[in-house]
Ligand binder design. Sequence first.
Ligand code: SF4
Length: 90
Amino acid sequence: MESQNQSGPALTDKDPMAKKLDYTEVPSKIKDRPEKMGVAGTAQNCSNCQLFVGADDSDQPKQGQCLLFPQHTVKAKAWCRSWIKRHLEN
Ligand code: SF4
């Protein structure tokens, strides 16, 4: 797999698209996070989202890149409404 460069400024909830998707580094602020694909809203975050690519090879990267926001980094503990359940990796 091609290595990816996870750099760029941290995404903030001021970004127009992030705002539309309710992106937040403090997911508990969003009270109506819906259950998706059998995962409770409270259990969803970037690190278990299919669109997240960790910034390093550790099992628990603190930040990474979201395929929706390629110019930014996102926090592993953040969340947005486009969350999709991560498939198990080989
Ligand atoms: S799509 Fe997934 S990785 Fe991207 S900001 Fe939303 S929850 Fe985080």
